[in-house]
Design a protein around this ligand. Structure first.
Ligand SMILES: [Zn+2]
Ligand SMILES: [Zn+2]
Ligand SMILES: [Zn+2]
Ligand SMILES: [Zn+2]
Ligand SMILES: [Zn+2]
Length: 296
């Protein structure tokens, strides 16, 4: 019985672990932690070994009944018992990481396997930003270079933008270079400089005639405006003449108004002066009467 058990351990271990056998038959990729600790000693009887992370029996006998890896028999709770002695033996065994064939060189006691797998660089992890799954060793590079949701600096404004939003950002980025909105042919104008270009430099922009204050309503590009001014000397003079007449008329009206206001002012001042004098006389009067009453 003891011998059988030992040979079974070796048999089982030869499929999974290194030292007792040559490892040419290692099936590390098929390693299923739930089954690792389960093995058969004799038909119909199964030892259950719980690994160091305490996979509980309920977990082992979850919705899908596990099968013994040796005889493929369905394992039930009733036909199983926990064999602490074997458990210790198994936990002490040396094993490889399940990702040995991918390149992981980890080797250690089975009891430490779980802890290793939690940080194994060949194990799969999910990127929290985009949800993609990859080997842990690729995560850093993915986050920095490939992740569609990684934050990157906009080449134009320097702001931090999610890679997946970059296209939308460039539609509004205020430093993004665009072509003149009036199609003058100038390119690479930062979006926030367009207004300045259009108002001060763009040859396609239209400007008011400098004689617009005198009544000219011409509007045109710098070139057309030049022509217009050269062509319209006479009419501009006429406009200026009219507007200066208008101006003179207004001046005259203003002068009349001012002189009327000045007259009005003098009259009001005189009126004020008279009233002040009357008031002083009245005061004196009251004073005199008071004095007279007192001496009586
Ligand atoms: Zn590993
Ligand atoms: Zn990602
Ligand atoms: Zn930007
Ligand atoms: Zn332009
Ligand atoms: Zn004009």
């Amino acid at each position: 019985m003891e011998r059988l058990r030992e040979s079974r351990i070796k048999l089982f271990c030869s499929k999974l672990w290194l030292p007792q056998s040559n490892s040419s038959t290692a099936e590390t990729n098929d390693l299923n932690v739930q089954f690792v600790g389960t093995f058969s000693t004799s038909p119909g009887r199964h030892h259950v070994v719980i690994d160091s992370v305490q996979i509980v029996l309920e977990h082992l006998f979850g919705p899908e009944s596990p099968r013994c890896p040796i005889d493929r028999e369905l394992i039930s709770r009733e036909k199983s018992f926990r064999d602490k002695c074997c458990e210790r033996e198994v936990l002490n065994l040396q094993c490889f990481c399940r990702y040995k064939e991918k390149g992981c060189e980890w080797k250690g006691e089975f009891r430490h396997l779980k802890a290793h797998e939690e940080s194994c660089q060949y194990g799969d992890v999910q990127c929290q930003a985009c949800g993609d799954t990859m080997e842990r060793r690729h995560l850093k590079r993915h986050r920095e270079n490939d992740c569609i949701n990684r934050a990157v600096a906009c080449t134009y404004c320097g702001g931090e933008v999610r890679q997946s939003n970059m296209k939308d950002h460039l539609e509004v980025c205020f430093k993004f270079p665009i072509s003149c909105i009036l199609n003058c042919g100038k390119e690479d104008i930062p979006r926030d400089m367009m207004e300045e270009h259009v108002t001060t430099q763009c040859p396609k922009a239209e400007h008011l005639c400098p004689f617009s204050d005198h009544g000219c309503d011409f509007k045109g590009t710098a070139e057309n405006l030049d022509h217009h001014i050269k062509r319209s000397i006479e009419s501009h003079l006429h406009m200026m003449n009219l507007s200066s007449h208008e101006c003179n008329k207004k001046n005259k009206e203003m002068e009349e108004k001012v002189s009327w206001l000045e007259k009005e002012k003098t009259a009001l001042e005189n009126q004020l002066q008279n009233q002040t004098e009357e008031l002083a006389a009245a005061r004196q009067n009251i004073q005199n009467t008071a004095n007279k009453n007192c001496h009586c």
